[in-house]
Write a protein that binds this ligand. Structure first.
Ligand code: NAD
Ligand code: TDX
Length: 336
């Protein structure tokens, strides 16, 4: 479908802001409305370079009246807004239930009422985790979430599926692997270590660092979202991943090398309770049906570009850094 006006929820967060930047650059005729509550994870500054190209509304996705009004004025919704950090979901699960489940419910009711196309952004974590020799997740893998975060995302995906089946809502879902790139909050693994290194602090690896994630550049994720929005089959789930599995220790060592530091110059810290061992994505459906392929195939180069971005944008991340590290310390993180 041709999208003329799109509502982007969570457009001041990491992936949403990158989606808005990409949309403004590649599709100048699309009118973008951002709905974002500006929680601790949202940052107006992420949209500052394109502020005059975007209509920004500060508000909550669970505010049914507001959401109804905004959805009534667009022809598609791309729903990124969420509580997104596993560690926070362990210390304070309620906002995850409220935003990820109740918030998605409010959006679904609005797109149902206005008959608006809806794309739901989700995560590979809904499938639980894998051992080293299990095949990667695909669209038929049963749901088996581990944390309050992934359980709330799984619940929201199931609401979407039922609104398609029961009410004929025109929706698609994508479940993507771990993203990296500009504008990611310093609470997350890669930006936390980059900004530690900029500050001369040793990176912090949970446990032994053997957990595996399947890293994808945020721009590749967002190009897949546009493909699905325009050409995806209604009711279909698409997995998004770039075949780039790496264990956490290897990622830290790539970053240490980028800063010219020794490969053992990091700390092991308290492990995350219930820590998922491995995520891996089989994106065959997306590749074959929609012809998508990642552009960032060199992880080392993608990481180097991300390091450069954080070096050049200290004004963007500095205000969050000290409070984020205090929160980790208050949650009991300690060097092993
Ligand atoms: P983020 O935490 O950086 O951003 C979330 C944004 O949502 C913030 O701007 C925040 O202010 C906003 N928000 C939170 N609650 C809200 C509410 N009630 N109403 C309106 N806005 C609200 O998250 P992210 O990493 O950009 O993730 C975006 C989406 O992508 C999420 O749905 C997440 O589950 C999914 N996802 C993330 C990754 C990843 O690696 N980061 C991977 C796969 C899927
Ligand atoms: O300081 C750290 N040290 C560390 O070893 C942090 C913050 C994390 N880790 C580990 C935990 C994970 O194994 O690094 C890995 C990545 O951690 P996060 O960045 O917290 O990501 P993860 O828990 O894998 O979830 C992410 O990917 C899926 C996003 O935060 C989710 O929103 C997305 O759904």
């Amino acid at each position: 479908m041709a999208v003329v006006r799109v509502l982007v929820t969570g457009g001041a967060g990491f992936i949403g802001a990158n989606f808005v930047h990409q949309t403004v650059a590649d599709r100048p005729d699309v009118h973008v409305v951002v709905l974002d509550a500006l929680t601790y994870a949202g940052n107006r500054a992420s949209l500052a370079p394109i502020a005059d190209r975007v209509e920004f509304v500060q508000g909550d996705i669970a505010d049914q009246e507001l959401v109804d009004r905004l959805v009534g004025g667009v022809d598609a919704v791309v729903h990124f807004a969420a509580e997104s950090h596993n560690d926070n979901s362990l210390s304070q699960p309620w906002p995850f239930v409220q935003t990820n489940i109740v918030g998605t419910y409010a959006l679904l009711q609005a797109v149902r009422r206005h008959e608006v196309r809806y794309h739901h952004i989700s995560t590979d974590e809904v499938y639980g985790d894998l051992s080293a020799d299990e095949p990667a997740f695909d669209e038929s893998t049963p749901y088996n979430p581990s944390s309050p975060y992934s359980a709330s995302k799984a619940a929201s995906d199931l609401l979407v599926r039922s609104w398609v089946r029961s009410f004929g809502v025109r929706a698609t879902i994508s479940n993507c692997s771990n993203n990296y790139g500009p504008y990611q909050h310093v609470e997350k693994f890669i930006p936390r270590q980059i900004t530690n290194l900029i500050d001369g602090v040793r990176p912090r690896l949970y446990g032994a660092g053997h957990q595996i994630r399947d890293w994808i550049h945020v721009d590749d994720h967002n190009r897949a979202v546009w493909e699905i929005l325009e050409h995806g089959r209604i009711g279909q789930t698409y997995l998004i991943g770039a075949n780039n599995e790496s264990d956490n220790k290897t990622v830290v060592q790539l970053l240490l090398a980028e800063f010219g530091r020794a490969a053992d110059d990091f700390d092991h810290v308290t492990d995350r309770p219930g820590h998922d061992q491995r995520y891996a994505i089989d994106a065959t459906l997306l590749r074959t049906e929609l012809g998508w392929a990642p552009k960032y195939s060199d992880f080392k180069a993608g990481l180097a570009a991300t390091v450069a971005w954080y070096r050049e944008h200290e004004d963007w991340w500095r205000p969050q850094k000290a409070a984020t590290e205090r929160a980790y310390a208050a949650a009991g993180e300690r060097v092993l």
